[in-house]
Write a protein that binds this ligand. Sequence first.
Ligand SMILES: Cc1cc2nc3c(=O)[nH]c(=O)nc-3n(C[C@H](O)[C@H](O)[C@H](O)COP(=O)(O)O)c2cc1C
Length: 166
Amino acid sequence: MARISEEIAPRMTGLIITCDSQGKPNIAAFSFLMPVSFEPKYVAFSVSPRRKTFENLREVGEFVLAIPSREMINVVWACGTKSGREVDKFALLGLETEKAETVKPPVLRSMPVQLECKVELFKEFGDHWLVVGRVFKEHVSKLDFQPVLHYSKNVFSTVSERIIAE
Ligand SMILES: Cc1cc2nc3c(=O)[nH]c(=O)nc-3n(C[C@H](O)[C@H](O)[C@H](O)COP(=O)(O)O)c2cc1C
């Protein structure tokens, strides 16, 4: 049987920044990710309980969702294959951070879109937990960029064509 990530693909890739109760930040890649509501803005993603991100969300129910552009594919891959339990991914990848305005985890420097969010729902579904977060602050420097679309494992694409329905 095909994996669900092969059946529903490609998916938008995001980077989720969290922190533990001591304030130590972590960053990881997520593609089980979607917008939920326009007004107020809500986003959702699902996280495996094996992730350091999961532990952090339990300790501090806040996160930053950063949407990477295709130039960041190697950052995305490293953030999605190394755990914050073993390595400081910010130091490893030279990612600079700044204090967020409304949440404890930091924002990244120079990302096209970043959303500061607080968790309102954290619920187990099968082998993942659904996280729904309300957006409290948006940092948008650019909307016209190539996002990273994820299929499964190390297979990605970008948007090759935009089509307008009539
Ligand atoms: C492109 C991509 C998308 C991913 N999407 C998810 C996801 O939606 N949920 C999840 O739990 N793990 C996902 N992963 C796996 C985590 O990013 C990976 O296990 C990471 O090392 C977790 O880091 P952490 O332990 O520091 O939280 C994805 C990995 C990649 C490369």
